[in-house]
Design a protein around this ligand. Structure first.
Ligand code: GUN
Length: 284
């Protein structure tokens, strides 16, 4: 039976550290502010944004929300980002994705100043991640490595298999595992004989976006299984990309959904916002 990797516990430890740092910065007269942009009324995005605001409150970070209607034009959105780029009170800018259809995500991500890009989605920051030299870590992958560290799970020399090749999770996850001397395989929807590859994984990261996609026969006995998914099952219940009940019996460690990776993503965002504030105040 696997040990549960408790994302709530680890994220609380990270947020406690952030709170201390914010309070230290405040004592030097430096405030920390995150601007969060949400366009349209996607219910999942609303929940994510509310959770980010709650985490700001808990850590002493000032959050400013910009809720724009779904019919906002790209020009209007870019004008807001430009205003926030030039606002010295704002340390971090985050535009919640996905954007409503028709709005060019790449243009929006590119418009955010790299020094304020606390998601680390901008090409400048992803380039830094690629060469292993970064200021901002991508939130979800960094949250995952933080969990591995907390539970003393070694990466060096291990076969790490990442299912999913998104710019937000799969690709940067592979880079962070590689930086820690993992042997990394990235699988995706066109991968042939997927189960043959996932069965070789010492560390398996599932970022597929399909409910209970990873079954027990895809997992090696004793593997560490990290579930990035956030889906609804046939009964409408929240579930991950991994069939938790079955895989739990085989894995050595496993992250639950909810309460695994999700809280870590937000904790890393808080960490990045503090880094941004330090960077912009010459304190890094
Ligand atoms: N949508 C899903 N995950 C994320 C994230 O980490 N950041 C932003 N901005 N949007 C998201």
């Amino acid at each position: 039976m696997a040990r549960i990797i408790d994302g709530k516990l680890v994220s609380q430890a990270v947020k406690d550290g952030v709170k201390e740092q914010v309070s230290l910065l405040n004592s030097k007269g430096v405030s920390v502010t995150l601007a969060v942009i949400i366009v349209g009324d996607d219910p999942a995005s609303r929940i994510y944004v509310n959770n980010k605001k709650k985490a700001c409150e808990a850590t002493g970070i000032i959050s400013r929300e910009y809720a724009l209607p779904a019919d906002t034009s790209l020009e209007e959105l870019l004008a807001l980002i430009e205003k926030l780029n030039n606002d010295s009170e704002v340390n971090g800018i985050l535009c919640q994705l996905p954007l409503p259809e028709g709005l060019d995500e790449k243009a929006v991500i590119t418009a955010i100043s790299p020094e304020k890009d606390v998601d680390a989605f901008n090409a400048v920051n992803t380039g830094h991640i690629m060469i292993g030299d970064y200021t901002f870590l991508p939130c979800t992958p960094a949250g995952i490595t933080e969990m591995l560290d907390y539970y003393d799970i070694p990466v060096r020399g291990k076969h790490c298999v990442v299912i999913g090749r998104s710019n937000i999770v799969g690709k940067p996850m592979a880079m962070l595992l590689l930086k820690r001397d993992g042997t990394v395989t990235i699988c995706h929807s066109k991968t042939e004989n997927l189960a043959d590859i996932t069965r070789q994984a010492d560390i398996l990261v599932a970022a597929v976006g399909r409910a209970k996609f990873v079954s027990a026969d895809m997992v090696k006995e004793g593997a560490v299984v990290i579930d990035v998914g956030m889906n609804r099952d046939a009964d409408g219940k929240l579930c991950g990309d991994v069939d938790f009940e079955a895989v739990e019996k085989k894995a050595s460690f496993i992250t639950p959904v909810p309460g695994g990776v999700g809280p870590m993503t937000i904790a890393t965002l808080m960490k990045n916002t503090v880094i941004a504030a330090k960077l912009q105040n010459g304190l890094l």
